[in-house]
Ligand binder design. Structure first.
Ligand SMILES: *[C@@H]1O[C@H](CO)[C@@H](O)[C@H](O)[C@H]1NC(C)=O
Ligand SMILES: *[C@@H]1O[C@H](CO)[C@@H](O)[C@H](O)[C@H]1NC(C)=O
Ligand SMILES: *[C@@H]1O[C@H](CO)[C@@H](O)[C@H](O)[C@H]1NC(C)=O
Ligand SMILES: *[C@@H]1O[C@H](CO)[C@@H](O)[C@H](O)[C@H]1NC(C)=O
Length: 236
């Protein structure tokens, strides 16, 4: 029986982007910052999906920066290069959600499970974020898999197949788990036959109407670890 691979989405799943929201608030005040952050996120996603549709690629740090400029323009504000760089650098020192490390340590002890980071960031952005986050116990990760060499973003199937290649699971998609807070990522993984735990920290329930839902819905990473071990145990 081969190992189970658990692939964790990074931003919004392991690492909280709260500190970026704070940085924005210090520049524009709370109300405007909340609105800018939401629009920034919207364009960040929209840009990656538009690039996928056009079969073009720009790396995630370029996408993130351009999405921010778009959000600022819509709010009739602008930033100098220094403040822009500061916001982008905030990605290198994000903090970990409180439920993350205990779950990772537990999975690290289980020899039939391998954990990897799986992100659409660039190699550099992801390793900076993982190494730069003081509190993330990063030793658990066997690999950091990004979309950089595929030049497509989630939820393009190529991205999940690339993960399978990197971890030696080609043709065994159902032995890989995605753990993600992003519904579109969950649906993308399920569509190519992976298992997926959707992390619903806000407790809103699954609302996405397009395609396949998650294998399990969890409210914390500890529950995700439980679900992976239990499900894999039953399958044996
Ligand atoms: C890309 O990955 C980042 C980091 O894991 C995540 O925050 C974002 O939701 C992802 N976006 C897309 C379009 O896949
Ligand atoms: C931005 O400015 C335009 C033109 O002055 C105005 O119509 C619009 O409402 C402003 N938008 C915001 C979000 O303040
Ligand atoms: C992050 O840590 C990994 C593993 O310790 C190392 O291979 C990588 O070079 C580091 N990346 C950066 C940007 O420091
Ligand atoms: C380790 O994970 C496997 C599933 O891959 C599970 O069957 C087993 O119970 C887990 N071991 C422990 C000690 O939880």
């Amino acid at each position: 029986m081969g190992k189970i691979v658990v692939a964790f989405d990074l931003y919004g799943t392991l690492l909280s982007t709260e500190s970026i929201a704070k940085e924005l608030a210090s520049l524009f005040g709370q109300d405007k910052a909340t609105s800018i952050a939401a629009v920034w996120r919207k364009y960040q996603l929209e840009y990656t999906w538009r690039l996928n549709s056009m079969k073009k690629y720009e790396d995630f740090s370029a996408v993130t920066r351009k999405a921010l400029l778009h959000a600022l323009a819509e709010h009739n504000v602008s930033l100098n290069d220094q403040d822009l760089n500061k916001l982008m650098q905030a990605y290198d020192s994000l903090s970990t959600f409180p439920d993350v490390n205990a779950a990772l340590k537990r999975l690290e002890k289980n020899s039939s499970i391998d954990c990897v980071v799986f992100s659409n960031g660039t190699d550099k952005m992801v390793s900076n974020s993982v190494n730069g986050s003081e509190d993330l116990s990063s030793s658990v990760f066997k690999d950091m898999v990004t979309v950089e060499s595929v030049q497509r973003y989630k939820p393009a199937p190529e991205v999940y197949h690339h993960l399978a290649e990197k971890v030696g699971k080609v043709g065994e998609m159902d032995t890989m788990w995605l753990v993600s807070g992003n519904p579109f990522d969950v649906t993308g993984a399920r569509t190519v036959g992976m298992q997926a735990a959707w992390v619903d920290r806000a407790g809103n329930g699954w609302q996405d109407k397009l395609g396949l839902g998650p294998t399990v819905v969890v409210t914390s990473l500890e529950e995700a670890a439980d679900a992976v071990e239990k499900h894999a145990g039953n399958a044996q």
